[in-house]
Design a protein around this ligand. Structure first.
Ligand code: ZN
Length: 218
């Protein structure tokens, strides 16, 4: 079983569901030519898609275009349903760094045919995830710098200030649809600069005050 760790607090949670927000940064919506959604776009990854710092990404043979998406990850510590926006932060255990790996060619084909995205988003190794820092150590989750580099070259450099739906709005909205439980993880979308990965690449994602995550592509 996969676990989410908060080493500073000595806490560990078995990972439940991984809920992801798509199209949450205006600049990223523009680069993919998507429309700005009225409500957050939500999809899920299975816990089996998680790998940790230092692990290897394995791109499935049915794709020739695997993209990186660096994202702020939220770890739920206290469960809830219909959580009001102003109470959401008390349900949060920690913040982490995630990479939402996306098989862009497969996803584009699925979008065209109005089919679900799981095989483009939920394959084994599709969710590199760092350890978490306690939620209380981050004073403002909407003022964090997100960066991702590939082989030392900066590809993504954005701020959580550019999110369309904020962390508290996302938790509240998601909890109106899915009961949240301790160990659930929420990925909050990616800023601009997504791009392809190829075998041998070394990928480093970093969020100011939260941590970093380095993985390689087999
Ligand atoms: Zn994403």
């Amino acid at each position: 079983m996969k676990t989410a760790r908060i080493p500073i607090a000595g806490k560990e949670f078995p990972i439940g569901k991984i809920l992801c927000i798509g199209r949450n940064y205006v600049d990223h919506i523009k680069e993919l030519g998507n429309e700005t959604p009225a409500a957050p776009v939500i999809f899920m990854k299975p816990a089996t898609s998680i790998i940790g710092d230092g692990d290897e990404i394995v791109i499935p043979p049915y794709s020739k275009n695997c993209h990186h998406e660096a994202e702020l990850a939220l770890l739920i510590g206290t469960g809830g349903k219909n959580i009001p926006v102003d109470e959401t932060l008390s349900h949060l255990a920690g913040y982490g760094v995630a990479i939402d790996l996306t098989l862009r060619d497969v996803q584009d084909d699925l979008k065209k045919r109005s089919l679900p995205w799981e095989i483009a988003k939920g394959f084994d190794t599709a969710c590199p995830l760092s350890d978490f820092v306690p939620a209380g150590t981050i004073s403002d989750p909407q003022q964090l710098q997100i960066r991702l580099s590939v082989n030392g070259t900066l590809r993504q450099d954005g701020s959580t200030a550019l999110m369309i739906h904020t962390v508290t709005q996302i938790i509240s909205h998601i909890s109106s649809i899915f009961t949240l439980e301790p160990g659930d993880i929420i990925l909050t979308g990616t800023p601009a600069g997504v791009g392809p990965l190829v075998p041998g690449d070394r990928v480093c994602a970093e969020i100011s005050g939260v941590g970093s995550l380095t993985v390689t592509v087999r």
